[in-house]
Design a protein around this ligand. Structure first.
Ligand code: G
Ligand code: G
Ligand code: MN
Ligand code: NA
Length: 254
């Protein structure tokens, strides 16, 4: 209840901000997109990691207003950059399970896009494998509606659950994100290398693009490039950064 109060206050007092982590397009070497990641700056507690408050926000239901704020914030930011004549790239928001299942997230998204006059191609969503598998039928239906709206969808944390890509082909994903767990040991562990290679090959045969997360070294980058991975995300290129810094990186073309 205390945390619920604190999170409510955080929304009202504007203590949340969004950071952006680039996704590098391996074909062009340029930033081809980003993932939006929330940050909570509390006046006394300091910076609180989303790893700590998102699971709790999920339990109290506060993740719904927080998630709505995230959608608003990203749409407002993209629209502002676009008005200023800046080059923009698609930005993906993470949807939490509760937000996906129990809120009217479709209305929230289409409302925000409309309000800011933003084309749906500039906003993407990331759904985790476990979220989708919790209720596959319902997820499929909501995802179809996202697709009709023109949103691209990423399958986040792929490989950590128990579903096969073949099964997931029933869902209209555009991107598969290889979980960081397989990328970390990619160049030391032949099993992880085999898994990453297989995910990329199968995703491509199903006409989905692949994003590798958690890329931290040149060797990992080279390996993923040799396997024709489409996008790379990770500290090797950039940590999640504040909006201004991200925008500068996109304009500078690196
Ligand atoms: O950098 P990172 O510490 O940003 O994020 C930690 C975890 O919190 C990740 O699992 C990430 O998906 C999740 N997360 C970050 N931002 C958001 C957000 O805006 N909404 C939701 N639902 N999860 C987020
Ligand atoms: O669960 P999700 O994939 O949405 O979370 C993204 C999380 O991964 C964020 O916490 C982000 O800070 C973190 N992250 C992004 N790139 C790297 C990386 O190269 N190494 C590590 N260890 N974490 C990363
Ligand atoms: Mn994600
Ligand atoms: Na992920």
């Amino acid at each position: 209840a205390e945390l619920e109060r604190l999170l409510k206050e955080a929304v009202d007092m504007g203590q949340f901000t969004m950071f952006y982590q680039p996704k590098v397009d391996l074909r062009t070497g340029q930033i081809g997109g980003a993932e939006a990641l929330i940050r909570w700056q509390h006046p006394v507690m300091g910076t609180v990691s989303p790893d700590r408050f998102i699971p709790l926000a999920e339990e109290t239901g506060m993740v719904v207003p927080i998630g709505d704020w995230v959608i608003q914030a990203v749409c407002a930011q993209q629209a502002q950059w676009q008005r200023e004549g800046q080059r923009i790239v698609p930005i993906a928001v993470n949807l939490s399970a509760l937000q996906f299942r129990e809120s009217n997230v479709l209305q929230t998204i289409s409302g925000a896009l409309e309000q800011h006059g933003l084309d749906p191609r500039w906003l993407e969503v990331e759904l985790t494998e476990s979220l989708v598998m919790h209720d596959p039928e319902a997820a499929q239906q909501t995802m179809r509606q996202f697709g009709e709206l023109g949103l691209r969808i990423s399958l986040d944390d792929f490989g950590t659950g128990y579903s096969s890509l073949a099964y997931l082909k029933r869902f209209p994903f555009h991107y598969v994100k290889i979980d960081r767990a397989f990328v970390t040991e990619l160049t030391n562990n032949p099993d992880d290398a085999a898994i990453a290679t297989a995910i990329i090959a199968m995703a491509h045969s199903l006409r989905m693009s692949v994003i590798a997360e958690g890329v931290e070294t040149e060797a990992q980058m080279q390996f993923l490039r040799s396997r024709h991975c489409d996008y790379l995300q990770g500290f090797y290129f950039s940590r999640p950064v504040p909006a201004e810094k991200f925008n500068k990186m996109v304009q500078d073309g690196n």
